[in-house]
Design a protein around this ligand. Structure first.
Ligand code: TYM
Length: 338
């Protein structure tokens, strides 16, 4: 049986969103709205798995509203897509518990993001951070989501979601109850790298603000960050193969192509043999042109937090209406008397 197509994706409200979040995910979310029904979630329960969200209640609430504003400013239409925050829909937590019992320790032990986030201090990490991918599987499968637009770094988590769906279906002998959600990882910049080090992912948690472009950065800050971005001393190559072994050049070209909505080959051809200084000027202009309207719209939306809350409440009602019957079926399948 083919499951009806449904998009689900989310972002953590742990900090302001950056260019990686925008190009890797958000920009694709906006496009998908015209293709199938979409749910876009601010995953505030995931945000308390780490110190950045944990025990900072005011900051967490503000970040949830700010991320909601970023979604809308980037083009997510709350009249078309269901936009809500995760903690408002209890089915996410309920299903996550069932998945905690379906998932295996060995599966979670393989998750590279957990290893990257905890480094040598695994014993000090929260249990929530460890089981985080199971809550993520619950987010998607509470709606029987089939398509999940994300950046490259979420691929492994999505494979785990598929494993969970498959194991639940087979353990409880309900073939095809859950769909196996497909990752949608598209565009020229599925993995945006740090502006300070082309081998590291652009990330909210990098201590250097010069490593990333935030969606709220002003014109001067964007231009300055791009001008200061690390590069190598050679001019830009005249073929895509010439980007090999030049991670900083490759990253900036990918960013340009994704922002301009063009393919990488044509951007490489346009800047072949040119100096980085010239290319950076054009990249800064393009970035400002694409990102400033988003920042301005975010400021406008954030001036009226009550309206943002209204959107989240209404989105949560719609989300719950979809998740509740699925969760009721799960309870029956599992044998919970209700
Ligand atoms: P998060 O909040 O870390 O990131 C949000 C989205 O941005 C993408 N992304 C990037 N893409 C390209 N280059 C980068 N440097 C970059 N950094 C981040 C991420 O791939 C992601 O798509 N676990 C998820 C949130 C989540 C979720 C879900 C996603 C919770 N439940 C269910 C999809 C479906 C996360 O922490 O994303």
């Amino acid at each position: 049986m083919a499951h009806p197509q449904l998009v689900f994706s989310g972002m953590q409200p742990t900090n302001v969103l950056h260019l990686g979040n925008y190009l890797g995910a958000l920009k694709n979310w906006v496009k998908l709205q015209d293709e199938m029904p979409c749910l876009y979630c601010v995953v505030d329960m995931h945000a308390i798995t780490q110190d950045t969200g944990y025990r900072h209640p005011k900051e967490l609430a503000a970040a949830t509203r700010e991320v909601t504003a970023a979604y809308i400013a980037a083009g997510v239409n709350p009249n078309k897509s269901i936009l809500f925050n995760q903690s408002r829909v209890a089915e996410h937590a309920e299903l996550a518990w069932v998945f905690n019992c379906v998932g295996r320790l060995g599966w979670l032990d393989r998750m590279t993001q957990f290893k990257e986030k905890t480094g040598k201090h695994k014993e000090r990490a929260s249990v929530g951070l460890y089981t985080y991918p199971l809550l993520m599987a619950a987010d998607i499968l509470a709606y029987k989501g089939t398509h999940v637009p994300v950046g490259e770094d979420q691929r492994q988590h999505l494979e785990l979601s598929r494993d969970i769906a498959q194991k639940f279906n087979s353990d409880y002998e309900v073939p095809d109850f859950f769909p196996l959600p497909e990752p949608v990882i598209t565009g020229a910049a599925t993995r945006v790298m740090s502006l300070r080090d082309g081998t590291k992912k652009m990330s909210k948690s990098d201590e250097s603000d010069y490593s990333r472009i935030n969606l709220t950065d002003d014109t001067d800050t964007i231009a300055q960050k791009i001008r200061k971005a690390r590069t190598d001393p050679n001019p830009l190559p005249d073929s895509e193969e010439g980007l090999e072994g030049r991670p900083e050049a490759e990253n900036l070209i990918n960013i340009y192509a994704a922002l301009a909505d063009e393919n990488r080959a044509s951007i490489v051809a346009r800047f072949a043999g040119r100096q980085f200084s010239e290319f950076k000027n054009e990249l800064a202009d393009l970035s400002v042109a694409k990102l400033q309207p988003i920042a301005a719209e975010m400021r406008r939306l954030l001036a009226d937090p009550a309206e943002i809350d209204r959107i989240l409440v209404s989105g949560a009602e719609k989300a719950r209406a979809l998740a509740a019957p699925i969760m009721a079926e799960v309870k029956q399948i599992v044998g919970f008397v209700s």
